[in-house]
Design a protein around this ligand. Structure first.
Ligand SMILES: Cc1ncc(COP(=O)(O)O)c(C=O)c1O
Length: 401
């Protein structure tokens, strides 16, 4: 069967797809329909934090699927309550709402900020180069014109401030400002890391001026930066935390976690989701928390994060096209002098999966249980790709001169 042709014929054309047809995954590897093995250093676009088909996730999925899959949210079930408790126990005094995706969780957080503003304040300040999703509120607080422009007018009251620039934020605040939304490490925007000094200033200002501090941990959450949640690296306690991706390690789940002091702004009937927090996905997510703890994955994130960064800095010395290596735990990026999608494609040809984002950034988000051996394999391929790139550019300059 020609799968690619079926996509062409029947799927709405919203994604640029490349490479083979994948049929199987195991740990940090994917297998195509011809039996070829690919090293996946970007598993599930940041979702598959335990690698592909982790045996504990497979086991819990099988067990829960034969016990109870779905239940409407007007009935009680065990797994959702246990997961809410697990999230709160591991973060800050709060209450949890479950959605199915990151954007939906952002949507809920923005709605809650409207309730918090009580009709007097509604403006939300987002950061330039941020990414919060494709639904309308999430898109409106995404600080990238290319995503918003085709869909204008966006939600009113969404403003943008420069990332890591406290004085620009203060300039954007008005009497109507009710919330700020921030990724502490911008993912899609190119792995840009917020400085501690900036976050301390921003957080202090928001507390003083009763501005809700919303952290989007869709990509940074669930251990990616070496702490279970990235805000814990900064010594702050958010008003709202948004989770998704790794929370389910492959099953669709999102959540917004609301500080206890503001949780009573929402009442039954004001927000809901038919599928949100089903027994199936919450049982899996509970297993994700257990696995991170029992397999001591935060330790591995820090050790392998340092190892990967070191290796990538070594690569920077062999090629002119890497201008910067950025890393926080296992959230890693190479800034490229030029188009990073070319490098992504070359890696794919050598059966290595990474990600090209923001035009000139190569993003690497391995599973939390990645090994040094797998990192070595990835770096060998990257080295080959960069050396070939060096040769090509040298040839081009020689023919010009
Ligand atoms: C930081 C961040 N927030 C929100 C989203 C949107 O999540 P979803 O695609 O699940 O709607 C993403 C997706 O990449 C993200 O990286």
């Amino acid at each position: 069967m020609d799968i690619k042709n079926l996509y062409k014929k029947y799927s709405l054309n919203t994604y640029n797809r490349l490479g083979p047809v994948f049929v199987k995954g195991k740990g940090s590897y994917l297998f195509d329909d011809k039996g070829n093995r690919y090293l996946d250093m970007f598993p599930g676009w940041g979702v598959s934090i335990l690698g592909h088909c982790h045996p504990r996730i497979v086991a819990v999925l099988k067990k829960q699927a034969s016990t109870l899959i779905h239940l409407p949210n007007n009935l009680f079930q065990q797994e959702q309550a246990l997961l809410a408790r697990e999230i709160v126990k591991n973060s800050f005094p709060s209450k949890v709402f479950f959605s199915n995706s990151g954007a939906e969780a952002v949507e809920g957080a923005v709605k809650l900020s409207r309730l918090y503003g009580r009709g007097n304040r509604h403006e939300v300040i987002a950061m330039r180069n941020s990414f919060h999703g494709r639904t309308f509120a999430a898109l409106s607080v995404t600080g990238q014109e290319k995503y918003k422009k085709p869909f204008t007018p966006i939600l009113p009251g969404c403003k943008e401030a420069a990332f890591n620039d406290f004085s620009d934020f203060v300039k954007k605040v008005s009497k109507k400002t009710v919330a700020v939304i921030i990724e502490l490490v911008q993912g899609e925007g190119g792995v840009n890391i917020a400085t501690t000094e900036y976050i301390k200033q921003l957080y202090g200002y928001c507390r003083q001026n009763d501005i809700l501090f919303i952290v989007d941990e869709v990509q940074t959450g669930m251990g990616r930066t070496g702490k279970l949640f990235c805000y814990q690296n900064y010594g702050i306690s958010p008003g709202i935390m948004i989770l998704s991706k790794g929370l389910g390690a492959g099953v669709p789940i999102g959540a917004f976690v609301v500080a206890e002091r503001i949780s009573n702004y929402i009442k039954p009937g004001l927000h809901a989701s038919t599928f949100g927090g089903s027994p199936l996905v919450t049982a899996v997510s509970l297993e994700v928390f257990k696995t991170i703890k029992e397999e001591k994955l935060l330790k591995n994130v820090l050790a392998c994060g340092r190892y990967l960064a070191l290796k990538l800095k070594g690569l920077k010395n062999i090629t002119d096209i890497i201008s910067e290596v950025r890393s926080f735990g296992l959230m890693t990026a190479l800034e490229i002098n030029g188009d990073s999608s070319r490098i992504f494609e070359a890696c794919l040809n050598y059966r290595l999966i990474v990600n090209a984002t923001h035009g000139n950034v190569l993003r690497i988000l391995p599973a939390l249980n990645v090994t040094e051996r797998e990192i070595d394999q990835a770096v060998i391929i990257l080295e080959k790709v960069f050396l070939e790139h060096n040769k090509k550019t040298r040839r081009k300059t020689e023919t010009k001169t």
